[in-house]
Design a protein around this ligand. Structure first.
Ligand code: HEM
Length: 216
């Protein structure tokens, strides 16, 4: 019975990492990417998001609660540190360890990032229209820029490498060949999402005046 419950928790934890949390991470980075086109383009995207019906409820049910569950159960798994990957080679063992380390770094980063942005919006100390300036001010500090780079790369690595183990645990990639192809695919996902996220961070930190930039 306890084993059944543990199996169910593992499956739920695994699924939530991809949908909805992973899907949210992708949409979030895509929204931020608009910052590379200037403040107005980014704020237009934010306005579309803010206009979605029942936003607060959707965020609670589809982002906050799944993340809370995934993080709490993830900490339990990470610190239980049961090494059950004897069947895999050195590379996969390192990835297994990095999956846990990046989970913990991502948790610290996300908690701080949500406090600095979402909670300030809810408390009314900042407005949605001031989000670009807020990020610009935060990232003006080299320490915070470095913290955001580490947090972003951790979250993206955790998601991409997590997709690899998701595919194994849900029986999508069974043999060594499919698992090798999946390693390449998830590495490409890691690179693309990292570039997208880093470009947004640097756009917030050093905004270009789009109107001036396109003038001859
Ligand atoms: C941006 C937020 C996050 C995303 C997108 C995410 C996504 C994922 C994905 C896709 C997996 C793979 C599921 C599987 O192995 O089948 C996973 C696994 C894992 N996550 Fe997360 N996660 C996030 C945050 C966290 C946090 C905050 C923790 C807390 C420490 C955490 C801990 C773990 C652990 C320990 C595993 C490995 C599970 C295992 O090997 O069985 N994750 N995550």
């Amino acid at each position: 019975m306890a084993n059944h419950r543990h199996f169910f928790n593992r499956k739920l934890h695994s699924l939530l990492g991809v949908v909805p949390i992973g899907a949210f991470l992708f949409i979030h980075l895509l929204t931020n990417y608009y910052a590379t086109r200037g403040e107005a383009a980014f704020l237009d995207r934010v306005k579309i998001m803010e206009g979605l019906p029942f936003l607060a409820l959707v965020e609670l049910v589809f982002i906050f609660l799944p993340l809370l569950y995934h993080a709490i159960f993830g900490l339990y798994i990470a610190f239980q540190a049961k090494n059950n990957v004897g069947n895999y080679g050195y590379f996969r063992n390192v990835m297994f360890m990095l999956q846990r380390v990046t989970g913990v770094i991502t948790l610290i980063f996300v908690a701080w990032h949500v406090w600095e942005t979402k909670i300030q919006l809810v408390m009314g100390t900042t407005q949605a229209t001031g989000l670009f300036k807020l990020m610009n001010e935060i990232l003006a500090s080299p320490f915070m820029l470095a913290f955001y780079i580490v947090g972003l790369l951790s979250a993206v690595f955790h998601f991409s490498n997590g997709l690899w183990s998701f595919a194994v645990s849900w029986g999508i990639t069974i043999g060594p060949r499919s698992q090798r192809i999946s390693t390449y695919v998830t590495m490409v996902i890691f690179v693309l999402m990292s570039v997208m996220g880093l470009m947004a961070l640097f756009a917030f930190a050093h905004p270009v005046d789009v109107a001036q930039a396109i003038q001859p």
